[in-house]
Write a protein that binds this ligand. Structure first.
Ligand code: AMP
Ligand code: ZN
Length: 684
């Protein structure tokens, strides 16, 4: 194909695809089938691959994103990106309205828009082409997320005119899709806003393309003058942007009939109708497919807006009517990093102490760097905080940027405890030094804690002393140091020392299924340990042997154990420090194998008169001989080869020649699932 022909076809395909995308994403009225659409897109992709210089920045293929990773550079805003002032009651709102009318000296109309709780975005168009999409950032500078934003179908890449324009909008994830996608995540997001913000900051735009983000825009900054917000919204609509159809328009002077006719989905009325509109939206809030945290009330007349002007923080011509008071507002005074027992680094915000539903909050976890990036949080920022699930305080968002010009905070390169390098693994940062004092302390405290080994009379103060005085340098030392050496230290009399000894002694009776999780191997908590034991790893040696094979499948074959757990288990159990710790704890007399529970009632002999053989591998029986133990326990006989005497063959994946032979002999072949049913006839 010639370049000439290709160019023609690319342009024709693009023209048609752009119009289909608009029908689909903005109007919700597709006119062709998905299949047809996909074919055309495929064709266009191919042509662009052959003629890379014909790949235009507004090509419909940009919606698919790219595999190349990108940093998120910063770029300055060219419009004022401000916050909104807030009111929480109708009384406050009506005095704001009165004040606005008084200060402009004219009659005003007000437009009410839903305040969508998503991720704020500014779209910049030059000569009609989307050139840049920036997050709010600190209001002056935002993160460039253009390539990710281009994957959002409802964002026009090219406008039907060569206009220069900035548009503000909110990117969000519809609630239903949020719940669907979030339930599949290993580390789910706390809310759809965080999901959307996180998605916008992904480094590969092809990943963003897979997330059904949506946008609603609410403000346009045109180079030619306009006289009302109504006109701005109508112009944005004409240019192909997606606007919220749910708008309230209240005025004592405009021609309400015309506005009602032009905007059938709007609620149009006199100023007196405004409060009841707020109540209606508040009621409908729960049934919307996106989250809103209030309404934005805006003066319609641009001339009045100019008279009212701005403060450094917000416009005076708009206000947010919030449905719920933020639980508390405070300032981030410092951010420190804590190093946990696994080396994981957790940034913690030290905030100006503030009362929040009954307690005083001064420390708030910030989880990880992504979370901080998503909030665009810097030292000195004023933030709104809440209590998630009414317990854990969380930073909800930045309300006001710091005045010192601090930019988004970053995790430092070195561990504050041991100065080792901090390195990133997945979503988190880690101190990689296993002897890091913070890690050691965390490991010992975790081991001794209630819910783990539950070592009585060994509170955090005692532990600190043991560690600080060098009695205990790691978990295993708890059983090696001599508590009598504490005698004479302040607060350590005969009685206290006797109690410590008793606590340590008692903990030695903890069963294997408590000892193993207490080691604090990441991912290997009580639940995972129970699965391992049920699957036949009934003592530490079987686990260590399996880990030596370095084959994650040995663990992932167990239902409920994922790849991450398997890999961590292998990595940790292969580490010399962990092995040494286990050896020492074994020597101290801790229990490293599952005791067989005495059977209370004689089991029913369901296999009596039968002879079983086994082939293949199994999830619940490792090694598979354990299945044959069950057969014997329940009255059956077993054989190691398939002969004429065999009545049943238990066959799992990877079955060998035994299966063929059993079939040719007419022996009944039983799957693991069926076998489990025989063992336990009451369960399904
Ligand atoms: P706040 O962050 O509480 O100061 O509120 C301002 C933010 O509300 C803006 O940055 C937008 O992200 C968001 N917002 C959502 N919908 C609207 C709207 N219709 N008009 C103005 N801001 C909105
Ligand atoms: Zn460290």
């Amino acid at each position: 194909m010639t370049r000439e022909r290709a160019k023609e076809e690319i342009e024709e395909l693009s023209r048609r695809l752009i119009s289909y995308q608009h029908e689909y994403y903005v109007l919700n009225r597709p006119s062709i089938s998905d299949l047809e659409y996909d074919r055309m897109l495929e064709r266009l992709l191919n042509l662009e691959k052959q003629f890379p210089d014909l790949e235009y920045p507004d090509s419909p293929t940009q919606r698919i994103g790219s595999d190349l990773s990108q940093e998120l550079p910063e770029a300055p805003h060219t419009i004022p990106v401000l916050s909104l002032d807030k009111v929480y009651s109708e009384a406050e709102l009506s005095s704001w309205i009165e004040k606005s009318v008084r200060n402009t000296g004219s009659e005003l109309s007000f437009i009410l828009e839903e305040k969508i709780d998503g991720s704020s975005i500014v779209l910049y168009y030059e000569s009609g082409l989307l050139t840049r999409a920036l997050t709010r950032g600190n209001g002056l500078v935002g993160n460039d997320v253009t390539r990710n934003v281009k994957t959002i179908g409802a964002v026009p890449l090219r406008l039907p005119g060569a206009v220069d324009l900035a548009v503000r909008g909110e990117i969000f994830l519809p609630l239903k899709l949020f719940h669907e996608l979030n339930s599949r995540l290993e580390a789910p997001y706390a809310n759809p806003r965080n999901f959307a913000s996180g998605a916008l900051r992904r480094v590969k735009s092809s990943e963003v393309a897979g997330i059904p983000l949506d946008i609603l825009v609410y403000e346009g900054y045109f180079s030619s003058p306009v006289s009302t917000h109504l006109e701005i919204l109508e112009e944005l609509d004409r240019l192909g942007f997606k606007l919220n159809p749910r708008v309230g328009f209240f005025s004592g002077k405009d021609n309400l009939k015309t506005i009602r006719d032009n905007h059938p989905t709007w609620q149009v009325g006199n100023l007196e109708d405004l409060p009841s509109y707020i109540r209606t939206i508040r009621q409908q809030r729960a049934s919307l497919d996106y989250e809103i945290d209030g309404l934005v009330v805006k003066v319609n007349e641009i001339e009045a807006r100019e008279k009212l002007g701005f403060t450094g923080h917000h416009p005076r011509w708009a206000i947010a009517f919030k449905f719920e008071a933020p639980e508390a507002v405070t300032r981030v005074e410092n951010i420190e990093v804590q190093v946990g027992r696994t080396g994981r680094v957790t940034p913690v915000a030290r905030v100006k102490p503030v009362k929040l539903s009954g307690s005083t909050i001064s420390n708030i976890t910030l989880h990880n760097q992504d979370y901080i990036d998503m909030l665009e949080l810097a030292l000195g920022d004023r933030v709104s905080i809440s209590k998630r699930g009414d317990v854990i305080p969380a930073v909800e968002r930045v309300l006001e940027k710091n005045e010192e010009g601090n930019t988004t905070w970053n995790i430092p390169p070195n561990c504050p405890g041991c100065k080792s390098l901090i390195s990133r693994l997945g979503a988190h940062h880690f101190c990689v030094n296993p002897d890091c004092p913070d890690q050691v302390r965390g490991r010992i405290a975790f081991f001794a804690a209630r819910g783990q080994m539950d070592i009585e009379n060994l509170g955090s103060e005692t532990l600190d002393l043991l560690i600080d005085r060098g009695f205990v340098r790691d978990v295993q030392d708890l059983y090696r140091f001599n508590p009598d050496d504490l005698l004479g230290l302040q607060g350590f009399g005969e009685k206290k020392v006797a109690l410590i000894k008793a606590g340590l002694k008692k903990s030695k009776h903890q069963p294997y299924r408590v000892v193993l999780p207490s080691l604090g191997i990441p991912e290997v908590g009580q639940k995972a340990v129970e699965l391992l034991i049920e699957a036949g790893f009934r003592d530490i040696d079987s686990l260590l042997n399996a880990a030596d094979k370095q084959d994650p499948y040995l663990f992932t074959a167990i239902h409920g154990i994922g790849e991450r757990t398997a890999l961590t288990l292998i990595r940790e159990l292969s580490s010399p420090e962990v092995r040494h710790r286990i050896e020492e704890l074994k020597k101290a007399g801790l229990c490293f194998s599952e005791e067989v529970l005495p059977v209370s009632e004689p089991p029913e002999a369901v296999f009596s008169g039968q002879t079983w053989c086994v082939t293949g591998s199994f999830t619940h029986f490792k090694p598979r001989e354990l299945a044959m133990e069950e057969v014997k326990r329940l009255g059956g006989r077993v054989s190691s080869s398939v002969t004429g005497k065999i009545t049943h063959l238990l066959a799992g994946p990877g079955a060998g020649s035994k299966l063929d032979r059993a079939r040719s002999l007419g022996v009944q072949v039983v799957s693991e699932e069926e076998f489990l049913k025989l063992l336990n006839p009451t369960s399904k």
